[in-house]
Design a protein around this ligand. Sequence first.
Ligand code: COA
Length: 322
Amino acid sequence: MIRTRIAGTGSYLPEKVVTNQDLEKRIDTSDEWIRERTGIRRRHVAAEGETTSDMAVQAARRAMDAAGVSADDLDLVVVATTTPDKVFPATACIVQRKLGMAGGAAYDIQAVCSGFVYALDAADRYIRTGGGRNVLVIGAETMSRILDWDDRSTAVLFGDGAGAVVLQASDTEGIISTHIHSDGSLEETLHVPYGVSTGYDTLCGGKAFIVMQGNAVFRKAVSMLGEIAHETLDGNGIKKKELDWLVPHQANMRIITAAAKKFGLPMDRVVVTVDEHANTSAASIPLALDIAVRDGRIKRGELLLLEAFGAGLTWASALIRY
Ligand code: COA
């Protein structure tokens, strides 16, 4: 039986840092408000001309080094992103070119903040059914380019970055199960109201920015995360005391704390990095995973629960023996 293991992780944050104090100078907000309501202290912002694929490649190279694979070893690249370089081709194809990967396949997945876990789901099924042996899965975002920096209800929440994993076919336990959900009836709780077919220029003059009903997203996120955590553990006959780490989508400290509390998991078993990079959408889980692997918190053989939620609304989880 073919299984899928994480062979290596990597991440990248752009050099430019925007602190809460920097935002205080531009909008009517305060460091205290942002920290209390979100736990965020700073976010990284892509340099002028730096694109989603540039950040994806940086994270990918680190994950490939950690896994000991080269571009020639890769069968597939999947990029989860909401902020592609171009309308087409897929950002994954641009990453494929930049990595110098001669063969294989590449495509993008769009499930907003749940995108990385959706991509894990697809890549795991591809490997298990014999599609290929090495798959690069990346979450990468330039959220700064779809933010209205004068709208305090969203500008304080998001940042740019990328995270990646190399998945490899294995005969030992790795990804145990993945679970994905969506509810399109909740489309307008969190969205960018314009796109290619609705017309950027005519409707919004190119100003296609994030619009959010913050309270509704908060409540839904906490209940969806609670439900999917139970679905994942119950589906595998695993008790929560067996879990070593919860690696949640890094959207907001209050959502992470409320979800962990509802699930009955102590915070010392929850990976939290949102203070350092804010919500990087599809990049947030692989970023948190890589940070916790590299600082020694997450060790080989430990049991991880990844859980995400985002626009769609979408929500997703993965149970993984690292
Ligand atoms: N700085 C200062 N004050 C702000 C502010 C900011 N950046 N943003 C909003 N406020 C104000 C509001 O105007 C409001 O003022 P009022 O009481 O005078 O009307 C007050 O703070 C409370 O606003 P409210 O929206 O009720 O705050 P909240 O406690 O719900 O917190 C969020 C707002 C956005 C932090 C919270 O709803 C949240 O975390 N939602 C989920 C967002 C998220 O994670 N989205 C991504 C999902 S992938």
